[in-house]
Design a binder for this molecule. Structure first.
Ligand SMILES: [Zn+2]
Length: 145
């Protein structure tokens, strides 16, 4: 599961991707994803940032926001101020890798990477780029969810 940080009036890019549900070279007419075309239209906001839930929770907490609520919005100016303060706290956030599921558990194995200062700082810089793009676009709010 992941959280996307974005602003509303960001540019949206569209791209056709090969179907992941059926064999794109021999698509099934009843495929729910591509409906027999072998591809589907994918769109995303150009400057959006996708972060796994644990990372998003820690980034929001480092910014002084509620890290247990992964849906929210904040005015761009406020978000920018909180973000700048979070850089000084990046080293305080550390979690070892999490490995769940796997053979014998009946669940898919998921390895979530270690989160440390490097992870936090790198994602905070990504969020800073998002804020800069939001300011250039005249956006009012940064949203996440
Ligand atoms: Zn398909």
């Amino acid at each position: 599961m992941s959280v996307t940080f974005f602003f509303e009036n960001d540019q949206v890019k569209h791209a056709a991707e090969e179907c992941y549900c059926c064999d794109p070279s021999n698509p099934g007419a009843d495929c729910p994803v591509c409906k027999g075309t072998g591809s589907f239209l994918y769109s995303e906001r150009v400057n959006s940032l996708n972060v796994h839930n644990r990372g998003a929770s820690m980034l929001l907490s480092a910014m002084g926001l509620d890290g247990s609520d992964l849906y929210g919005e904040e005015k761009v100016e406020t978000f920018k101020n909180l973000l700048n303060q979070a850089f000084g706290r990046a080293r305080l956030y550390h979690e070892p890798a999490v490995d769940v599921g796997g053979l014998g558990t009946g669940r898919v194995r998921v390895i979530s990477p270690e989160i440390g200062e490097d992870y936090m700082t790198s994602r905070l810089f990504n969020l800073k780029k998002l804020v800069t793009a939001a300011e250039r676009a005249g956006a009012d709010y940064i949203h996440w969810g």
